[in-house]
Design a protein. Structure first.
Length: 272
C-alpha cells in the first residue's frame, strides 16, 4: 500500500507529527500531530520512514507553494493554474488533488508557521540535498508562474533556501535552470516563427546551457560532468528511494528528458 493509501485508510504505522502532521491531519480529518520529539536523524530510512518522508514532502510542497503565492499580497490566476498544473503532471487522484488544494490554501493563511514547517521538512528529509533541491525547483517553478518574481518573492525564496541549508550560489543556479526550462516549455522551443515554418522541438542553445546550468565558455569536460550530475540528481528511482512521493516521479522524469534534450542540443552545437 502506498503512503497515501495508508494515510487515507488510517492504516499507517508511522506518525508524522509536528506542524506538517497537524496541517495534514486537519485536511484529512486524522490526528497526525504527535509532537516533534521522535524525529530521527540517521541517514538510512527504516521501514515506514519512507512513507513519512513522502508525506512530509507532499505536505510541505503544496502548503509552502500557497504561502509563496500569497507573499506579494494576492494569489494570481497564473499561480493557481501552476499549482493545478503540478497536480496534473502528478496525475493525482481526486482525493489527493483535493488534499493538495487544501494544503495550498493552508499556506495562504496569515498564521502559516513557515519556519516550523521548513525546520520539520528539513529534518524529515534527513538533510538529503537532492530531495531538498527538488522541493526548491518546484517552488521556483511556482514563483515564476507569471513569468517573473517580485523582490518580496525573491527574498522569501532566499529565506527558504537559508532555512533548508541551500547557499545562494546554488539557488541562483537553480533559478537559471528553471528560467530556461520554463522558456523552453512555454514557447521558446516552437510557435514563435511564421506559420508553416519548421518546428524545432528541442531547446534553443541558450536554454540548453541554462537547463544544464553551465556556460557556453565551459569546456566539453565540464559540460559532460554537469550533465551526469543533473541526471543523477533528477533520476526518478533515486529520488523516490530517498523519499520523493511516487506521484512526483513524473515530474522528475520530465526533467531528465529535458536534461537529455539539452545535452544533445549542446553536443550538436559542439560537434560531438
Amino acid at each position: 500500500m502506498s503512503w497515501w493509501g495508508k494515510l487515507a485508510g488510517g492504516a499507517f504505522g508511522f506518525m508524522l507529527g509536528g506542524p506538517l502532521g497537524a496541517m495534514l491531519g486537519a485536511v484529512l480529518g486524522h490526528n497526525l500531530d504527535r509532537g516533534m520529539a521522535g524525529f530521527k536523524q540517521e541517514e538510512e530510512l527504516e521501514p515506514g520512514e519512507r512513507e513519512r518522508v513522502q508525506t512530509a514532502f507532499f505536505t510541505a510542497t503544496f502548503s509552502v507553494m500557497g504561502h509563496l503565492a500569497k507573499t506579494d499580497g494576492r494569489v494570481s490566476e497564473k499561480e493557481i493554474i501552476l499549482a493545478r498544473s503540478v497536480m496534473d503532471q502528478m496525475a493525482l487522484s481526486p482525493e489527493m488533488r483535493d488534499a493538495a488544494m487544501k494544503l495550498f490554501n493552508e499556506g495562504k493563511s496569515g498564521d502559516f508557521p513557515l519556519d516550523d514547517v521548513l525546520e520539520q521538512f528539513r529534518r524529515e528529509c534527513h538533510r538529503r540535498r537532492t530531495l531538498i533541491q527538488m522541493f526548491m525547483e518546484i517552488q521556483l517553478q511556482a514563483a515564476y508562474a507569471d513569468g517573473q518574481i517580485t523582490t518580496v518573492e525573491e527574498q522569501l525564496l532566499l529565506d527558504i533556501c537559508g532555512k533548508l541549508g541551500i547557499p545562494e550560489f546554488l539557488f541562483r543556479g537553480l533559478e537559471r535552470m528553471i528560467q530556461a526550462e520554463l522558456h523552453f516549455a512555454g514557447g521558446g522551443r516552437a510557435g514563435g516563427g511564421p506559420r508553416g515554418a519548421p518546428v524545432d522541438t528541442g531547446p534553443s542553445l541558450d536554454d540548453a546551457y541554462g537547463i544544464l546550468n553551465v556556460s557556453s565558455n565551459d569546456s566539453d569536460a565540464e559540460v559532460k560532468k554537469a550533465y551526469r550530475r543533473q541526471l543523477s540528481q533528477h533520476h526518478p528511482d533515486k529520488l523516490v528511494a530517498k523519499g520523493l512521493p511516487e506521484e512526483m516521479m513524473k515530474l522528475a522524469a520530465t526533467k531528465t528528458h529535458e536534461i537529455r534534450q539539452a545535452y544533445e542540443r549542446v553536443g550538436s552545437a559542439r560537434g560531438w
